[in-house]
Design a protein around this ligand. Sequence first.
Ligand SMILES: Nc1nc2c(ncn2[C@@H]2O[C@H](COP(=O)(O)OP(=O)(O)O)[C@@H](O)[C@H]2O)c(=O)[nH]1
Ligand SMILES: [Mg+2]
Length: 322
Amino acid sequence: MIQVNLITGMLGTGKTSAIKHWLTQAPKSERWAVLVNEFGDIGIDGRLLANEGIQVKEVPGGCLCCTAGVPFQTGLNELIRRAKPDRILIEPTGLGHPKNIIESLLAPQYREVLNLQTAVCLLNPKHARSDKHLAHQTFNDQLAIADMVLLNYQDQASQEDNEAAMNLLSELDKPYVVAEFGQSDWQLLNQSHQAVELASHAHHHHHPTAIKITAALEGERWRRFQSQGQGMLAVGWVLDASIELDAGTIQEWVQGLPIVRAKAVFNSNAGWLQLQWADGCLSTMPAPSALDSRIELIADLAELNELELAATQFEQQLGPAK
Ligand SMILES: Nc1nc2c(ncn2[C@@H]2O[C@H](COP(=O)(O)OP(=O)(O)O)[C@@H](O)[C@H]2O)c(=O)[nH]1
Ligand SMILES: [Mg+2]
């Protein structure tokens, strides 16, 4: 049997960081693999994990409520065949609703193959004081299905944040461990998953375009990919590696945008960089070179006009797409 863990948490709460950390601790005799699904169509997490030599499969595009069907199963089956893993860590987008994915994993076809273990939810304590989060169905359902909560961002959380988070978790009767940058003992993955009944998840969103399988350039210099769902908007670019962006300008640009999350791996005047922006925090670090650069921005749909303007200005700097 392959052990499976679902790792949830809102955008930027530290899911990928935690997964990377656990992978460094994996028992030497075991092969671990990761299945990721991102909200946008660009696919950056998969590359960042693959850069570290991790067996990874990306299920691209849209929200997991909708991709939990065929693309998810195809991705999962391929990962099982190719990596023959002992454990699979599944990271759905921070906006992905966990109900359908759990149902898929418990489907009869996987009964002899997969053993669902600890569902871990990453929580940024300050979100326990945010009305927007507390009213968000995905936020609540991610906690409801969690067997273990990782109270992450301890380097930034105030005492009030932690108190609010601990009160919330005590109301929900959820065990937790505290962490920074997702650093926690992998053994917490080793418990069995407790099934919970969730109210049916209303689909208030629709996907106007079919799910894209890969974000690719077809002879263009750059291409924009845009999608929306669940009141959120993802705007991303794939750029030919020959386009060298100015690192400082990009960092300043990202910090001024009305977004909730940004990720990028890009070629710059300072070499290949990875950029992360979450909850007001920007970080950049060197990255291995790649065949193309990728940038992804996620924002509230209410910011559509402002983001469209920023995107157009950015593209003017890039010059013609063809
Ligand atoms: N300050 C701080 N930053 C964190 C922490 N955990 C993750 N981050 C940073 O937040 C950004 C998003 O983290 P990531 O693991 O990609 O989040 P994900 O979107 O949930 O997968 C990255 O730049 C991380 O280094 C934490 O505990 N404290
Ligand atoms: Mg991630």
